[in-house]
Design a protein around this ligand. Structure first.
Ligand SMILES: C[S@@+](CC[C@H](N)C(=O)[O-])C[C@H]1O[C@@H](n2cnc3c(N)ncnc32)[C@H](O)[C@@H]1O
Length: 268
């Protein structure tokens, strides 16, 4: 595990309450994860998400993943937990605007201790967000606590790849992204096993290296004005952001960071 001990939840909340979060949405769309719709469908199919089931999205942001699940997989109900009030407010507005307010609920809390009842849900869902969570031991224990016996825990996440980051690369990458730490697929597997889960799928989706050039092209070739507007027309800051995105691209190309996909079953 690579760590950035000086990064905490307040830093992440400030990203998602301000221009950085809006910039990610400009580049990625409402589904703020690599691969958007295609990635969500892939995860849902691998996890066998069934019509009529009930789930919880840990780090739901504005709830785009939940709207996807109720609309396209006929999931009966989703609860989303997130710690950033601005994202939850936007999520409630979007769910209502799409006529889905009765099928998705939002809870403001830290995903490590949701306060929600144990063992009631068919699945836990997470998309490219658990990299922001400081205490992965508590996160995985909470995810397992929330699902029924034989329930699924399905997530994608930004992870350290097999080529491994150097200490210097990790400090720069985690610092820019505001990730308190970064796990490998193997480290997630160990945490899940420690909580009585069997890991059914764990793999590199192979999407990361292809996605970054797309975001860079949009920021440099199509959405430059829009991106500048979000950051107060600060062209020097824009140059820094593009430089860091190119650095991330080089890490992805070298297999040092990946989008990992995991599906586990609660054995308890
Ligand atoms: C990249 S966004 C999630 C994107 C979303 N899964 C999607 O696919 O659209 C990350 C979210 O994680 C939330 N977050 C990070 N750490 C958290 C924590 N410890 N507890 C609750 N929410 C957290 C942030 O507030 C933010 O909304």
């Amino acid at each position: 595990m690579k760590t950035a001990p000086n990064i905490h939840l307040a830093d992440v909340q400030s990203v998602y309450s301000g221009p950085e979060g809006r910039l990610w949405e400009l580049l990625m769309g409402e589904q703020i994860h690599i691969g958007g719709f295609q990635s969500s469908m892939d995860l849902a199919q691998r996890a066998g998400i069934a019509a009529g089931s009930r789930g919880i999205d840990l780090c739901c942001c504005t709830g785009a993943g939940m709207r996807f699940l109720v609309r396209f997989l006929n999931v009966a109900h989703m609860t989303g937990v997130d710690a950033t009030p601005a994202m939850l407010q936007l999520g409630r507005q979007r769910a209502a605007a799409e006529g889905l307010a009765d099928k998705v609920a939002f809870v403001e809390n830290n995903v490590c201790a949701t306060g929600l009842p144990a063992g009631r849900l068919d699945f836990v869902w997470g998309e490219d967000a658990w990299c922001y969570v400081e205490d992965k031991i508590k996160l995985i224990a909470e995810a397992v606590r929330l699902v029924k016996p034989r329930g699924k825990i399905a997530f994608t996440d930004w992870m350290e790849g097999p080529a491994r980051l150097t200490t210097v690369e990790a400090a720069r990458f985690l610092g820019f992204m505001k990730f308190p730490n970064l796990l490998t697929l193997g480290e997630y597997q160990e945490l899940l096993n420690n909580n009585g889960c069997t890991v059914l799928v764990e793999q590199d989706t192979g999407r990361f290296a292809a996605a970054m050039p797309l975001y860079l092209d949009m920021i440099e070739k199509q959405l430059t004005y829009d991106a500048l507007k979000i950051i107060g027309f600060d062209t020097a800051l824009a140059a820094v952001l593009v430089g860091e995105m190119k650095f991330i691209q080089s890490l992805a190309q070298a297999g040092k960071i990946i989008q990992g996909l995991v599906v586990a079953e609660n054995g308890r």
